[in-house]
Design a protein around this ligand. Structure first.
Ligand code: G6P
Length: 609
Protein backbone atom coordinates (compact mmCIF):
# COMPACT_ATOMS: atom_id res chain seq x y z
CA UNK A 1 0.00 0.00 0.00
CA UNK A 2 1.74 3.22 1.02
CA UNK A 3 5.50 3.52 0.65
CA UNK A 4 7.76 4.32 3.59
CA UNK A 5 11.41 5.36 3.48
CA UNK A 6 13.67 6.52 6.31
CA UNK A 7 17.34 7.35 6.70
CA UNK A 8 19.87 8.24 9.38
CA UNK A 9 23.55 8.73 8.55
CA UNK A 10 26.15 10.92 6.90
CA UNK A 11 24.18 11.91 3.79
CA UNK A 12 21.53 14.59 3.35
CA UNK A 13 18.44 12.69 4.48
CA UNK A 14 16.09 14.47 2.03
CA UNK A 15 18.01 13.14 -0.98
CA UNK A 16 18.05 9.56 0.24
CA UNK A 17 14.43 9.58 1.37
CA UNK A 18 13.10 11.11 -1.85
CA UNK A 19 15.04 8.74 -4.06
CA UNK A 20 13.84 5.77 -1.99
CA UNK A 21 10.25 7.00 -2.23
CA UNK A 22 10.61 7.22 -5.99
CA UNK A 23 11.26 3.48 -6.07
CA UNK A 24 8.24 2.89 -3.85
CA UNK A 25 5.83 5.32 -5.43
CA UNK A 26 4.03 2.50 -7.22
CA UNK A 27 2.68 1.48 -3.80
CA UNK A 28 0.63 4.64 -3.42
CA UNK A 29 0.66 8.04 -5.02
CA UNK A 30 -2.19 10.22 -3.77
CA UNK A 31 0.20 12.44 -1.88
CA UNK A 32 3.75 12.50 -0.55
CA UNK A 33 5.58 13.93 2.43
CA UNK A 34 8.94 14.04 4.18
CA UNK A 35 10.06 15.16 7.61
CA UNK A 36 13.71 15.71 8.57
CA UNK A 37 15.39 16.59 11.84
CA UNK A 38 18.25 19.09 12.15
CA UNK A 39 19.63 21.00 15.14
CA UNK A 40 16.82 23.48 14.46
CA UNK A 41 14.12 20.84 14.99
CA UNK A 42 11.55 19.25 12.67
CA UNK A 43 11.23 20.29 9.01
CA UNK A 44 8.09 19.17 7.24
CA UNK A 45 7.21 19.02 3.52
CA UNK A 46 3.90 17.60 2.28
CA UNK A 47 1.99 17.83 -0.97
CA UNK A 48 -1.06 16.31 -2.57
CA UNK A 49 -0.25 14.49 -5.81
CA UNK A 50 2.72 12.53 -7.01
CA UNK A 51 6.20 12.75 -5.51
CA UNK A 52 7.22 15.11 -8.32
CA UNK A 53 4.81 17.73 -6.92
CA UNK A 54 6.61 17.57 -3.57
CA UNK A 55 10.01 17.95 -5.21
CA UNK A 56 8.78 20.91 -7.25
CA UNK A 57 7.40 22.61 -4.15
CA UNK A 58 10.67 22.09 -2.22
CA UNK A 59 13.43 22.42 -4.83
CA UNK A 60 16.12 22.92 -2.18
CA UNK A 61 14.91 19.99 -0.11
CA UNK A 62 15.06 20.01 3.70
CA UNK A 63 18.10 20.13 6.00
CA UNK A 64 19.21 17.33 8.31
CA UNK A 65 20.75 13.89 8.31
CA UNK A 66 17.75 12.06 9.71
CA UNK A 67 14.52 11.87 7.76
CA UNK A 68 11.40 9.84 7.04
CA UNK A 69 9.03 9.98 4.08
CA UNK A 70 5.82 8.48 2.81
CA UNK A 71 3.80 8.15 -0.38
CA UNK A 72 0.16 7.66 0.45
CA UNK A 73 -2.81 5.64 -0.75
CA UNK A 74 -5.69 7.14 1.18
CA UNK A 75 -7.62 4.94 3.59
CA UNK A 76 -8.69 7.24 6.45
CA UNK A 77 -9.61 10.74 5.31
CA UNK A 78 -9.60 12.36 1.89
CA UNK A 79 -6.61 13.24 -0.25
CA UNK A 80 -5.69 16.58 1.35
CA UNK A 81 -2.46 18.09 2.59
CA UNK A 82 -3.62 17.88 6.23
CA UNK A 83 -4.11 14.16 5.80
CA UNK A 84 -0.69 13.60 4.20
CA UNK A 85 2.04 11.88 6.17
CA UNK A 86 4.26 12.51 8.07
CA UNK A 87 2.10 13.45 11.05
CA UNK A 88 3.41 15.14 14.16
CA UNK A 89 2.01 15.09 17.68
CA UNK A 90 0.10 18.22 18.63
CA UNK A 91 3.18 19.93 20.08
CA UNK A 92 5.29 19.12 16.99
CA UNK A 93 7.85 17.23 19.00
CA UNK A 94 7.79 13.86 17.27
CA UNK A 95 6.70 12.89 13.74
CA UNK A 96 5.74 9.56 12.22
CA UNK A 97 4.93 7.86 8.93
CA UNK A 98 2.63 4.87 9.08
CA UNK A 99 1.33 2.05 6.90
CA UNK A 100 -1.77 0.17 7.94
CA UNK A 101 -5.02 0.88 9.73
CA UNK A 102 -5.68 1.40 13.41
CA UNK A 103 -8.93 -0.46 14.08
CA UNK A 104 -9.54 1.03 17.52
CA UNK A 105 -8.79 4.57 16.35
CA UNK A 106 -12.15 5.99 17.43
CA UNK A 107 -11.72 4.84 21.03
CA UNK A 108 -8.17 6.20 21.15
CA UNK A 109 -9.19 9.47 19.53
CA UNK A 110 -12.08 9.95 21.96
CA UNK A 111 -9.77 9.34 24.89
CA UNK A 112 -7.23 11.87 23.65
CA UNK A 113 -9.90 14.44 22.76
CA UNK A 114 -11.30 14.08 26.28
CA UNK A 115 -7.79 14.83 27.54
CA UNK A 116 -7.71 18.04 25.49
CA UNK A 117 -6.30 16.99 22.10
CA UNK A 118 -7.43 19.06 19.09
CA UNK A 119 -6.57 17.04 16.01
CA UNK A 120 -5.59 18.71 12.74
CA UNK A 121 -6.41 15.83 10.39
CA UNK A 122 -8.90 13.01 10.02
CA UNK A 123 -6.24 10.30 9.99
CA UNK A 124 -5.63 7.45 12.36
CA UNK A 125 -1.91 8.20 12.01
CA UNK A 126 -2.21 11.55 13.77
CA UNK A 127 -3.90 9.79 16.69
CA UNK A 128 -0.97 7.39 16.84
CA UNK A 129 1.51 10.28 16.69
CA UNK A 130 -0.25 11.98 19.57
CA UNK A 131 -0.19 8.78 21.61
CA UNK A 132 3.58 8.52 21.09
CA UNK A 133 4.07 12.27 21.67
CA UNK A 134 2.35 12.06 25.04
CA UNK A 135 4.69 9.24 26.04
CA UNK A 136 7.74 11.33 25.12
CA UNK A 137 6.28 14.30 27.01
CA UNK A 138 6.13 12.11 30.11
CA UNK A 139 9.89 11.56 29.82
CA UNK A 140 9.95 8.23 27.98
CA UNK A 141 12.55 7.66 25.28
CA UNK A 142 11.14 7.65 21.74
CA UNK A 143 11.54 3.86 21.64
CA UNK A 144 9.70 3.33 24.92
CA UNK A 145 6.96 5.72 23.85
CA UNK A 146 6.53 3.79 20.58
CA UNK A 147 6.41 0.47 22.46
CA UNK A 148 3.78 1.94 24.79
CA UNK A 149 1.67 3.17 21.89
CA UNK A 150 1.97 -0.08 19.93
CA UNK A 151 0.67 -2.01 22.92
CA UNK A 152 -2.51 0.02 22.80
CA UNK A 153 -3.08 -0.28 19.08
CA UNK A 154 -5.40 -2.81 17.46
CA UNK A 155 -4.98 -3.18 13.73
CA UNK A 156 -1.94 -2.93 11.53
CA UNK A 157 1.01 -0.61 11.70
CA UNK A 158 4.39 -0.40 10.08
CA UNK A 159 5.73 2.87 11.42
CA UNK A 160 8.83 5.02 11.64
CA UNK A 161 9.21 7.86 14.13
CA UNK A 162 11.64 10.73 14.71
CA UNK A 163 12.08 13.09 17.65
CA UNK A 164 13.08 16.71 17.08
CA UNK A 165 15.35 16.56 20.12
CA UNK A 166 17.36 13.66 18.78
CA UNK A 167 18.89 14.04 15.31
CA UNK A 168 20.63 10.68 15.50
CA UNK A 169 17.88 8.14 15.74
CA UNK A 170 14.86 6.59 14.05
CA UNK A 171 12.46 4.25 15.79
CA UNK A 172 10.64 1.62 13.73
CA UNK A 173 7.81 -0.70 14.69
CA UNK A 174 5.86 -3.45 13.05
CA UNK A 175 2.41 -4.84 13.72
CA UNK A 176 1.17 -6.43 10.52
CA UNK A 177 2.58 -4.08 7.89
CA UNK A 178 6.09 -4.97 6.68
CA UNK A 179 9.18 -2.94 7.53
CA UNK A 180 12.75 -3.71 6.50
CA UNK A 181 15.94 -2.08 7.74
CA UNK A 182 19.00 -1.66 5.53
CA UNK A 183 22.46 -1.52 7.06
CA UNK A 184 24.86 0.53 4.93
CA UNK A 185 28.27 2.16 5.24
CA UNK A 186 27.85 5.25 7.39
CA UNK A 187 24.08 5.12 7.34
CA UNK A 188 20.99 3.02 8.04
CA UNK A 189 17.80 2.85 6.03
CA UNK A 190 14.21 1.85 6.67
CA UNK A 191 11.65 0.97 4.02
CA UNK A 192 8.33 -0.72 3.54
CA UNK A 193 9.85 -2.79 0.73
CA UNK A 194 13.40 -4.08 0.16
CA UNK A 195 13.24 -2.72 -3.38
CA UNK A 196 13.91 0.76 -2.01
CA UNK A 197 17.06 -0.38 -0.20
CA UNK A 198 18.79 -1.94 -3.19
CA UNK A 199 20.75 1.10 -4.41
CA UNK A 200 22.24 1.58 -0.93
CA UNK A 201 23.01 -1.77 0.59
CA UNK A 202 22.55 -5.50 0.23
CA UNK A 203 22.31 -6.15 3.99
CA UNK A 204 18.92 -6.03 5.61
CA UNK A 205 17.07 -6.95 8.75
CA UNK A 206 13.37 -7.77 8.52
CA UNK A 207 11.32 -6.76 11.52
CA UNK A 208 9.02 -9.49 12.75
CA UNK A 209 5.56 -9.06 14.16
CA UNK A 210 5.46 -7.02 17.38
CA UNK A 211 9.04 -5.77 17.19
CA UNK A 212 10.35 -2.25 17.73
CA UNK A 213 13.84 -1.19 16.64
CA UNK A 214 15.95 1.81 17.46
CA UNK A 215 18.17 2.70 14.51
CA UNK A 216 21.28 4.85 14.38
CA UNK A 217 23.79 5.43 11.58
CA UNK A 218 25.82 2.50 12.82
CA UNK A 219 23.39 -0.14 13.96
CA UNK A 220 20.08 -1.30 15.33
CA UNK A 221 18.72 -2.49 18.63
CA UNK A 222 15.49 -4.49 18.56
CA UNK A 223 13.03 -5.29 21.34
CA UNK A 224 9.59 -6.87 21.52
CA UNK A 225 6.56 -5.22 23.05
CA UNK A 226 7.62 -6.55 26.45
CA UNK A 227 10.96 -4.76 26.00
CA UNK A 228 12.86 -8.04 25.73
CA UNK A 229 15.89 -7.75 23.52
CA UNK A 230 15.66 -9.60 20.17
CA UNK A 231 18.56 -11.02 18.17
CA UNK A 232 18.10 -10.22 14.50
CA UNK A 233 19.58 -12.05 11.56
CA UNK A 234 21.17 -10.01 8.79
CA UNK A 235 19.81 -11.15 5.42
CA UNK A 236 21.11 -10.51 1.94
CA UNK A 237 19.01 -8.44 -0.43
CA UNK A 238 18.98 -10.30 -3.70
CA UNK A 239 19.63 -8.12 -6.71
CA UNK A 240 17.58 -9.45 -9.57
CA UNK A 241 18.21 -9.13 -13.26
CA UNK A 242 15.25 -6.91 -14.08
CA UNK A 243 15.46 -4.03 -11.74
CA UNK A 244 13.24 -1.10 -11.00
CA UNK A 245 14.54 1.04 -13.88
CA UNK A 246 12.57 1.76 -17.01
CA UNK A 247 15.42 1.25 -19.44
CA UNK A 248 14.27 2.11 -22.96
CA UNK A 249 10.60 1.51 -22.26
CA UNK A 250 8.08 4.35 -21.86
CA UNK A 251 6.20 2.54 -19.08
CA UNK A 252 6.90 -0.20 -16.57
CA UNK A 253 3.85 -2.10 -17.77
CA UNK A 254 5.23 -2.41 -21.30
CA UNK A 255 8.66 -3.28 -19.94
CA UNK A 256 7.18 -5.96 -17.71
CA UNK A 257 5.07 -7.42 -20.54
CA UNK A 258 8.25 -7.79 -22.57
CA UNK A 259 10.16 -9.28 -19.65
CA UNK A 260 7.80 -12.25 -19.56
CA UNK A 261 9.85 -14.72 -21.65
CA UNK A 262 12.91 -14.12 -19.45
CA UNK A 263 10.78 -14.29 -16.31
CA UNK A 264 9.30 -17.62 -17.37
CA UNK A 265 12.76 -19.03 -18.07
CA UNK A 266 13.94 -17.88 -14.67
CA UNK A 267 10.88 -19.35 -12.95
CA UNK A 268 11.49 -22.71 -14.59
CA UNK A 269 15.25 -22.89 -14.16
CA UNK A 270 16.25 -26.16 -12.45
CA UNK A 271 12.63 -27.09 -11.86
CA UNK A 272 11.91 -29.36 -14.81
CA UNK A 273 12.89 -32.98 -14.98
CA UNK A 274 12.78 -33.99 -18.63
CA UNK A 275 13.80 -37.58 -17.90
CA UNK A 276 10.95 -38.51 -15.59
CA UNK A 277 8.60 -35.91 -17.01
CA UNK A 278 7.97 -34.04 -13.78
CA UNK A 279 8.72 -30.86 -11.88
CA UNK A 280 10.88 -30.22 -8.81
CA UNK A 281 9.90 -27.41 -6.48
CA UNK A 282 12.57 -26.88 -3.85
CA UNK A 283 10.20 -25.59 -1.18
CA UNK A 284 7.99 -28.65 -1.50
CA UNK A 285 10.63 -31.34 -1.38
CA UNK A 286 10.86 -31.66 2.37
CA UNK A 287 7.09 -32.17 2.53
CA UNK A 288 6.81 -34.58 -0.43
CA UNK A 289 5.57 -37.38 1.77
CA UNK A 290 2.66 -35.28 3.01
CA UNK A 291 1.72 -34.35 -0.54
CA UNK A 292 0.78 -37.98 -1.25
CA UNK A 293 -1.95 -37.70 1.39
CA UNK A 294 -3.45 -34.56 -0.10
CA UNK A 295 -6.96 -35.17 -1.37
CA UNK A 296 -7.94 -31.60 -2.19
CA UNK A 297 -6.24 -28.32 -3.10
CA UNK A 298 -7.66 -24.91 -2.25
CA UNK A 299 -5.94 -21.90 -3.76
CA UNK A 300 -6.66 -18.47 -2.31
CA UNK A 301 -5.64 -15.03 -3.55
CA UNK A 302 -6.91 -11.57 -4.56
CA UNK A 303 -7.10 -9.59 -7.80
CA UNK A 304 -4.91 -10.79 -10.64
CA UNK A 305 -3.44 -13.43 -8.37
CA UNK A 306 -6.93 -14.86 -7.87
CA UNK A 307 -7.19 -15.36 -11.62
CA UNK A 308 -3.85 -17.17 -11.65
CA UNK A 309 -5.23 -19.29 -8.79
CA UNK A 310 -8.32 -20.13 -10.84
CA UNK A 311 -6.15 -21.29 -13.73
CA UNK A 312 -4.15 -23.36 -11.23
CA UNK A 313 -7.29 -24.96 -9.81
CA UNK A 314 -8.42 -25.91 -13.30
CA UNK A 315 -5.05 -27.45 -14.19
CA UNK A 316 -4.87 -29.29 -10.90
CA UNK A 317 -8.23 -30.98 -11.40
CA UNK A 318 -7.87 -31.47 -15.16
CA UNK A 319 -4.38 -32.97 -15.14
CA UNK A 320 -3.67 -34.16 -11.59
CA UNK A 321 -7.28 -35.26 -11.01
CA UNK A 322 -7.15 -33.69 -7.56
CA UNK A 323 -10.32 -31.79 -6.62
CA UNK A 324 -9.25 -28.15 -6.58
CA UNK A 325 -10.83 -24.75 -6.22
CA UNK A 326 -9.77 -21.14 -6.03
CA UNK A 327 -11.21 -18.87 -3.37
CA UNK A 328 -11.22 -15.12 -3.04
CA UNK A 329 -8.95 -14.75 0.00
CA UNK A 330 -11.00 -11.85 1.32
CA UNK A 331 -14.09 -14.05 1.50
CA UNK A 332 -12.28 -17.16 2.68
CA UNK A 333 -10.90 -15.32 5.67
CA UNK A 334 -14.31 -14.35 6.97
CA UNK A 335 -16.48 -17.30 6.06
CA UNK A 336 -15.41 -19.56 8.88
CA UNK A 337 -13.53 -21.93 6.56
CA UNK A 338 -13.75 -25.68 7.01
CA UNK A 339 -10.14 -26.80 7.29
CA UNK A 340 -9.12 -30.44 7.07
CA UNK A 341 -5.87 -32.39 7.23
CA UNK A 342 -6.03 -33.74 3.71
CA UNK A 343 -6.33 -30.40 2.00
CA UNK A 344 -3.39 -28.34 0.80
CA UNK A 345 -4.10 -24.61 0.93
CA UNK A 346 -2.07 -22.49 -1.45
CA UNK A 347 -1.93 -18.71 -1.11
CA UNK A 348 -0.82 -16.79 -4.18
CA UNK A 349 0.35 -13.20 -3.93
CA UNK A 350 2.77 -11.22 -6.07
CA UNK A 351 3.75 -8.96 -3.18
CA UNK A 352 3.26 -11.52 -0.45
CA UNK A 353 1.77 -8.69 1.61
CA UNK A 354 -1.90 -8.49 0.59
CA UNK A 355 -3.75 -8.16 3.87
CA UNK A 356 -6.74 -10.29 2.86
CA UNK A 357 -4.49 -13.09 1.63
CA UNK A 358 -2.44 -13.03 4.82
CA UNK A 359 -5.57 -12.96 6.91
CA UNK A 360 -6.91 -16.10 5.15
CA UNK A 361 -3.53 -17.75 5.61
CA UNK A 362 -3.52 -17.05 9.34
CA UNK A 363 -7.09 -18.27 9.74
CA UNK A 364 -6.27 -21.57 7.99
CA UNK A 365 -3.06 -22.07 9.96
CA UNK A 366 -4.89 -21.38 13.19
CA UNK A 367 -7.16 -24.30 12.32
CA UNK A 368 -4.21 -26.59 11.68
CA UNK A 369 -4.28 -26.46 7.86
CA UNK A 370 -1.18 -27.03 5.75
CA UNK A 371 -0.50 -23.81 3.85
CA UNK A 372 1.82 -23.31 0.88
CA UNK A 373 2.71 -19.98 -0.68
CA UNK A 374 3.44 -18.83 -4.21
CA UNK A 375 4.94 -15.34 -4.26
CA UNK A 376 7.29 -13.12 -6.19
CA UNK A 377 8.81 -11.29 -3.24
CA UNK A 378 11.60 -13.03 -1.40
CA UNK A 379 11.25 -12.59 2.35
CA UNK A 380 7.64 -11.33 2.11
CA UNK A 381 5.15 -12.08 4.88
CA UNK A 382 3.54 -14.83 2.79
CA UNK A 383 6.89 -16.56 2.36
CA UNK A 384 7.65 -16.28 6.06
CA UNK A 385 4.32 -17.47 7.35
CA UNK A 386 3.60 -20.45 5.09
CA UNK A 387 4.70 -24.01 5.85
CA UNK A 388 6.16 -24.52 2.39
CA UNK A 389 6.22 -22.69 -0.88
CA UNK A 390 7.86 -21.44 -3.99
CA UNK A 391 9.09 -18.16 -5.42
CA UNK A 392 8.10 -17.28 -8.96
CA UNK A 393 11.23 -15.15 -9.61
CA UNK A 394 9.46 -12.82 -12.04
CA UNK A 395 11.68 -9.92 -10.89
CA UNK A 396 10.37 -6.69 -9.35
CA UNK A 397 6.99 -5.72 -10.74
CA UNK A 398 6.50 -1.97 -10.56
CA UNK A 399 3.45 -1.24 -12.67
CA UNK A 400 0.34 -1.37 -10.52
CA UNK A 401 -1.40 -3.70 -12.93
CA UNK A 402 0.22 -7.08 -12.82
CA UNK A 403 1.47 -8.77 -16.00
CA UNK A 404 4.66 -10.80 -15.65
CA UNK A 405 3.77 -11.88 -12.13
CA UNK A 406 0.46 -13.24 -13.46
CA UNK A 407 2.07 -15.45 -16.08
CA UNK A 408 4.84 -16.52 -13.70
CA UNK A 409 2.24 -17.43 -11.06
CA UNK A 410 0.28 -19.46 -13.58
CA UNK A 411 3.54 -21.19 -14.45
CA UNK A 412 4.12 -22.01 -10.77
CA UNK A 413 0.70 -23.62 -10.61
CA UNK A 414 1.57 -25.59 -13.77
CA UNK A 415 4.70 -26.95 -12.10
CA UNK A 416 2.71 -27.84 -9.03
CA UNK A 417 -0.06 -29.50 -11.05
CA UNK A 418 2.54 -31.43 -13.04
CA UNK A 419 4.21 -32.63 -9.83
CA UNK A 420 0.87 -33.71 -8.38
CA UNK A 421 -0.22 -35.26 -11.67
CA UNK A 422 2.91 -37.41 -11.82
CA UNK A 423 2.27 -38.79 -8.35
CA UNK A 424 -1.20 -39.76 -9.50
CA UNK A 425 -2.65 -40.41 -12.95
CA UNK A 426 -0.33 -38.80 -15.46
CA UNK A 427 1.91 -41.22 -17.38
CA UNK A 428 5.64 -40.62 -17.85
CA UNK A 429 5.03 -40.05 -21.57
CA UNK A 430 2.38 -37.42 -20.91
CA UNK A 431 4.57 -35.88 -18.20
CA UNK A 432 7.48 -35.61 -20.62
CA UNK A 433 5.21 -34.00 -23.22
CA UNK A 434 4.15 -31.40 -20.65
CA UNK A 435 7.77 -30.73 -19.68
CA UNK A 436 8.65 -30.29 -23.37
CA UNK A 437 5.71 -27.88 -23.64
CA UNK A 438 7.04 -25.86 -20.72
CA UNK A 439 10.57 -25.81 -22.13
CA UNK A 440 9.25 -24.34 -25.37
CA UNK A 441 7.06 -21.79 -23.60
CA UNK A 442 9.34 -18.74 -23.47
CA UNK A 443 10.05 -19.05 -27.22
CA UNK A 444 6.29 -19.19 -27.89
CA UNK A 445 5.79 -16.19 -25.62
CA UNK A 446 8.32 -14.26 -27.75
CA UNK A 447 6.23 -15.07 -30.82
CA UNK A 448 3.12 -13.73 -29.08
CA UNK A 449 4.95 -10.49 -28.33
CA UNK A 450 5.62 -10.05 -32.04
CA UNK A 451 1.93 -9.25 -32.45
CA UNK A 452 2.22 -6.07 -30.43
CA UNK A 453 1.59 -3.90 -33.49
CA UNK A 454 -1.66 -5.71 -34.34
CA UNK A 455 -2.81 -5.40 -30.72
CA UNK A 456 -2.08 -1.68 -30.90
CA UNK A 457 -4.14 -1.30 -34.12
CA UNK A 458 -7.06 -3.12 -32.53
CA UNK A 459 -6.73 -0.96 -29.43
CA UNK A 460 -6.87 2.20 -31.53
CA UNK A 461 -9.93 0.92 -33.35
CA UNK A 462 -11.84 0.13 -30.15
CA UNK A 463 -10.37 2.65 -27.70
CA UNK A 464 -13.69 4.50 -27.50
CA UNK A 465 -15.90 1.45 -27.07
CA UNK A 466 -18.29 1.81 -24.14
CA UNK A 467 -17.82 -1.78 -23.08
CA UNK A 468 -15.57 -4.69 -23.97
CA UNK A 469 -16.23 -8.35 -23.43
CA UNK A 470 -13.69 -11.14 -23.00
CA UNK A 471 -14.69 -14.78 -23.34
CA UNK A 472 -12.85 -18.03 -22.85
CA UNK A 473 -13.56 -21.55 -21.69
CA UNK A 474 -11.92 -24.04 -19.38
CA UNK A 475 -8.58 -22.80 -18.07
CA UNK A 476 -9.02 -19.67 -20.14
CA UNK A 477 -12.13 -18.36 -18.35
CA UNK A 478 -9.90 -16.74 -15.69
CA UNK A 479 -7.64 -15.41 -18.46
CA UNK A 480 -10.66 -13.70 -20.02
CA UNK A 481 -11.47 -12.22 -16.59
CA UNK A 482 -7.86 -11.09 -16.24
CA UNK A 483 -8.02 -9.45 -19.70
CA UNK A 484 -11.11 -7.54 -18.59
CA UNK A 485 -9.45 -6.56 -15.31
CA UNK A 486 -6.45 -5.08 -17.17
CA UNK A 487 -8.77 -2.93 -19.28
CA UNK A 488 -10.73 -1.75 -16.24
CA UNK A 489 -7.64 -1.01 -14.17
CA UNK A 490 -5.65 1.11 -16.58
CA UNK A 491 -8.03 2.21 -19.35
CA UNK A 492 -11.12 2.63 -17.14
CA UNK A 493 -13.26 0.79 -19.71
CA UNK A 494 -16.18 -1.22 -18.30
CA UNK A 495 -15.37 -4.81 -19.20
CA UNK A 496 -16.38 -8.31 -18.30
CA UNK A 497 -14.52 -11.57 -18.69
CA UNK A 498 -16.41 -14.82 -18.50
CA UNK A 499 -17.10 -18.23 -19.93
CA UNK A 500 -18.39 -18.28 -23.49
CA UNK A 501 -21.09 -20.58 -22.12
CA UNK A 502 -22.36 -17.93 -19.70
CA UNK A 503 -23.13 -15.49 -22.50
CA UNK A 504 -26.60 -16.71 -23.24
CA UNK A 505 -27.60 -16.55 -19.59
CA UNK A 506 -27.55 -12.77 -19.55
CA UNK A 507 -24.44 -10.97 -20.77
CA UNK A 508 -25.41 -11.51 -24.42
CA UNK A 509 -27.93 -8.70 -23.85
CA UNK A 510 -24.98 -6.29 -23.68
CA UNK A 511 -23.92 -7.13 -27.21
CA UNK A 512 -24.89 -4.75 -29.92
CA UNK A 513 -23.77 -3.91 -33.42
CA UNK A 514 -20.03 -3.28 -33.31
CA UNK A 515 -19.45 -4.42 -29.68
CA UNK A 516 -15.80 -5.50 -29.32
CA UNK A 517 -15.26 -9.00 -27.97
CA UNK A 518 -11.98 -10.79 -27.28
CA UNK A 519 -12.27 -14.57 -27.59
CA UNK A 520 -9.72 -17.14 -26.48
CA UNK A 521 -9.99 -20.15 -28.78
CA UNK A 522 -6.99 -22.45 -28.26
CA UNK A 523 -7.04 -25.77 -30.11
CA UNK A 524 -8.09 -27.92 -27.16
CA UNK A 525 -11.18 -29.66 -25.81
CA UNK A 526 -12.96 -26.31 -25.35
CA UNK A 527 -12.70 -25.19 -28.98
CA UNK A 528 -15.83 -26.79 -30.46
CA UNK A 529 -18.13 -25.27 -27.88
CA UNK A 530 -16.33 -21.97 -28.02
CA UNK A 531 -17.03 -21.78 -31.75
CA UNK A 532 -20.73 -22.22 -31.01
CA UNK A 533 -20.54 -19.31 -28.55
CA UNK A 534 -18.75 -17.16 -31.11
CA UNK A 535 -21.47 -17.79 -33.68
CA UNK A 536 -24.04 -16.58 -31.13
CA UNK A 537 -21.99 -13.43 -30.60
CA UNK A 538 -21.51 -12.82 -34.32
CA UNK A 539 -25.24 -13.20 -34.91
CA UNK A 540 -25.76 -10.22 -32.53
CA UNK A 541 -23.28 -7.97 -34.35
CA UNK A 542 -20.18 -8.40 -32.16
CA UNK A 543 -16.78 -7.71 -33.67
CA UNK A 544 -14.58 -10.55 -32.52
CA UNK A 545 -10.85 -10.50 -31.95
CA UNK A 546 -9.72 -14.07 -31.38
CA UNK A 547 -6.56 -15.68 -30.11
CA UNK A 548 -6.52 -18.97 -31.98
CA UNK A 549 -4.20 -21.48 -33.65
CA UNK A 550 -2.52 -20.04 -36.73
CA UNK A 551 -3.99 -22.82 -38.88
CA UNK A 552 -7.51 -22.70 -37.45
CA UNK A 553 -9.44 -21.88 -40.64
CA UNK A 554 -12.85 -22.39 -39.06
CA UNK A 555 -12.26 -19.83 -36.32
CA UNK A 556 -10.87 -17.44 -38.92
CA UNK A 557 -14.04 -17.78 -40.96
CA UNK A 558 -16.21 -16.75 -37.98
CA UNK A 559 -14.25 -13.95 -36.32
CA UNK A 560 -12.98 -10.58 -37.54
CA UNK A 561 -9.35 -10.65 -36.39
CA UNK A 562 -7.02 -13.42 -35.29
CA UNK A 563 -3.87 -13.22 -33.17
CA UNK A 564 -2.21 -16.53 -34.04
CA UNK A 565 -1.11 -18.95 -31.34
CA UNK A 566 1.98 -21.00 -32.14
CA UNK A 567 1.68 -24.79 -31.65
CA UNK A 568 1.88 -25.40 -27.87
CA UNK A 569 1.06 -27.88 -25.12
CA UNK A 570 -2.63 -27.43 -24.20
CA UNK A 571 -1.81 -26.79 -20.53
CA UNK A 572 0.15 -23.60 -21.33
CA UNK A 573 -2.44 -21.78 -23.44
CA UNK A 574 -3.54 -19.54 -20.51
CA UNK A 575 -0.01 -18.11 -20.36
CA UNK A 576 0.16 -17.40 -24.08
CA UNK A 577 -3.39 -16.05 -24.29
CA UNK A 578 -2.70 -13.47 -21.61
CA UNK A 579 -0.18 -11.59 -23.76
CA UNK A 580 -2.38 -10.00 -26.45
CA UNK A 581 -4.90 -8.97 -23.79
CA UNK A 582 -2.17 -7.20 -21.80
CA UNK A 583 -0.91 -5.40 -24.91
CA UNK A 584 -4.44 -4.43 -25.90
CA UNK A 585 -5.22 -2.89 -22.49
CA UNK A 586 -1.87 -1.08 -22.55
CA UNK A 587 -2.56 0.51 -25.93
CA UNK A 588 -6.16 1.46 -25.11
CA UNK A 589 -4.90 3.22 -21.96
CA UNK A 590 -2.11 4.87 -23.94
CA UNK A 591 -4.55 6.11 -26.59
CA UNK A 592 -6.69 7.60 -23.84
CA UNK A 593 -3.72 9.34 -22.29
CA UNK A 594 -4.04 7.76 -18.84
CA UNK A 595 -1.28 7.19 -16.30
CA UNK A 596 -0.61 3.58 -17.15
CA UNK A 597 1.70 2.59 -14.31
CA UNK A 598 -0.27 4.46 -11.66
CA UNK A 599 -3.96 4.10 -12.41
CA UNK A 600 -6.39 6.22 -10.43
CA UNK A 601 -7.63 4.99 -7.05
CA UNK A 602 -5.45 1.86 -7.05
CA UNK A 603 -2.28 0.71 -5.33
CA UNK A 604 0.10 -2.10 -6.08
CA UNK A 605 -0.03 -3.81 -2.77
CA UNK A 606 -3.19 -3.66 -0.67
CA UNK A 607 -2.03 -4.06 2.91
CA UNK A 608 -5.36 -3.11 4.46
CA UNK A 609 -8.52 -5.20 4.64
C1 G6P B 1 -3.94 -5.03 -5.87
C2 G6P B 1 -3.20 -4.80 -7.17
C3 G6P B 1 -3.49 -5.96 -8.13
C4 G6P B 1 -3.12 -7.28 -7.47
C5 G6P B 1 -3.82 -7.46 -6.13
C6 G6P B 1 -3.29 -8.66 -5.36
O1 G6P B 1 -5.30 -4.94 -6.07
O2 G6P B 1 -3.60 -3.58 -7.76
O3 G6P B 1 -2.73 -5.80 -9.32
O4 G6P B 1 -3.46 -8.32 -8.32
O5 G6P B 1 -3.60 -6.31 -5.31
O6 G6P B 1 -1.94 -8.43 -5.06
P1 G6P B 1 -0.91 -9.55 -4.68
O7 G6P B 1 0.36 -8.82 -4.35
O8 G6P B 1 -1.48 -10.28 -3.50
O9 G6P B 1 -0.77 -10.45 -5.86
Amino acid sequence: MCGIMGYVGREVAWDVVVSGLRRLEYRGYDSAGVVTVSEKGLHLARRVGHLAALQEAFPAGLPGKVGIGHTRWATHGGVTEENCHPHADLRDRIAIVHNGIIDNVEALRAELVAAGAKFRSETDTEVLAELIGRGVDKGLSLRDAVVGAMKRVEGTAGLVAVDKKDAERLVVARIGSPVVIGLGEGGSYVASDALALRPYTDRMVVLDEGEVAEITATGIKTVDLEQRSREKRIEKILHQADDADLGDFPHFMLKEIHEQPAALDRSMRGRLDAVVGSARLGGLQQHEQRLFDIRQVVFFACGTSLYSAQVGAYLMSRYARVPAQAEDAAELAVKNPIVDRHTLYIGISQSGETADTLSALREIKLRGGLVAGITNVVGSSLSRETDLGTYVHAGPEISVCSTKAFTAQVLATELLALRFARTRDLSATDGRAWVAGLEALSGQMRLMLEHAETCKKLALRFADARFTLFVGRGANVPVAAEGALKLKEIAYVPAEGLSGAAMKHGPLALIDHGSPVWALVPPDETRERMLGNLRELKARGAIIMAVAAADDAETKSIVDYVIPLPPHHPAVSPILNAVPLQLYAYHVALAKGYNIDKPRNLAKSVTVM
